[in-house]
Design a protein around this ligand. Sequence first.
Ligand code: ZN
Length: 411
Amino acid sequence: MEMRENTLEMIRRNMRQAKKSEFYKKHYAGIEPDDIKSENDFVKLPFTEKGDLRDAYPFGLSAVPRRDVVRIHSSSGTTGTPVIIPYTKKDVADWALMFKRCYETAGVTAEDCVHITPGYGLWTAGIGFQLGAELIGAMALPMGPGNTDRQIRMMVDMKSTVLTATSSYALLLAEEIERRGLRGKISLRKALIGSERWGDKMRKRIAGELGVELYDIYGLTEIYGPGIGISCERECGMHMWTDYLYYEIINSKTGKRLKPGESGELVITTLQKEGAPLMRYRTHDLTREMAGDCPCGSEYPRIDTLIGRSDDMVKVKGAIIYPSRVDETLAAVDGVSSEYQIMIDHLNGKDILTLYFETPEGDESARKHLEKTVETAFKAKIGLTPRAKAVGMRELPRSEKKSTRIFDNRY
Ligand code: ZN
């Protein structure tokens, strides 16, 4: 992202604040904020990794006295030690303001009833959706995840107009509403979907089955939570709230900064955070900077819809597989639905990739034919022939959280 006149000053201020924490005192030892005189100085600063944040457990990231912390959030990850993020009053208020801006960008108003299915608790999701909704004066329904019967009942009776969910849970709800023939009884008009990589086919199904406009909302617990960026009605990338954060796109192998349009890893520096300011934090989310202005007229710059995570790319027999490429491949095959799962196993000295995909097709020979078509399309696009297996609709698991589609069982 382009550095404006005051960006360097904001970065230096953030670094001054960050260096009040035990972690950055060590991590940036010998580097002073006033040393950062140009963009060139900035890009030489060491990155901050999620592992660093874990090592700082419990309060190593905190840049304020304990009495100024009003809330704790935490991201778990799969490896045990959680990351602890302390928030001051200003951090909580800023997050709510950013979230309010997200709702406004999506055209949500005080007339709406916002149905919130992301989880509440140490995790940042649910409460962020709620504070932003209350700030614009909408009616918030703090459902949290699970209990699909109750979700649908409340959705009908409370006349929810805005659904907030992960793409996987939105799909599950859409399928259940369809199955129960309740489409005519729901009042949804928009859905805000927590950012993860999701394919066009899934998008079309959710939009079609629920009859809603979709918006991608971006965020991560380490940087406030969801709500630091959102797509607009033009559906051409997500606007990022660059008065609160500075972002870069880098080559995740070399760490070199990339040009607008080039795909790489998103790196974020906070600009106004007090409790746990971060410098050059590697998100491992893969995207690209969109060049030029958005036709919607917003002045906030955009990044593209996520194409995956640098850590969920897998290599099989020399072919590099990104979930987004699999989405694209399957989207081009008629009769194949949006849901798939990939299993990679190591058998008899060979890597074997099995691709399960859902299809409404019930006829056995038609399914065999589809499997062959998928194998050929996969080979052409990704450079490797999978074992394709057709399964019926709703046979693959749906999740309330972000969905995992690639299971690497080799190690
Ligand atoms: Zn726009």
